[in-house]
Design a binder for this molecule. Sequence first.
Ligand SMILES: [Zn+2]
Length: 74
Amino acid sequence: MSIIGTVREVLQASTQSTNRGDVTDEESKGAYWCDDCGERVRDVDVEGEAPPDCPTCGDEMRFERSTGTTGCAC
Ligand SMILES: [Zn+2]
């Protein structure tokens, strides 16, 4: 019984991780910044590999978590 339960959990976990990319909510966990240019790209706007390159200078951008302007910190 415990083995079946474990397998089921694994299957659910893999299914959830597979579906996660399809979720299109706009909940941003932070943004990518280029300190030199002041460029900012929200993490939800990044397509493909992260971190993205700065559109202005091409340097790798730095991720900065949202400081809780929306929602609570807990
Ligand atoms: Zn830049």
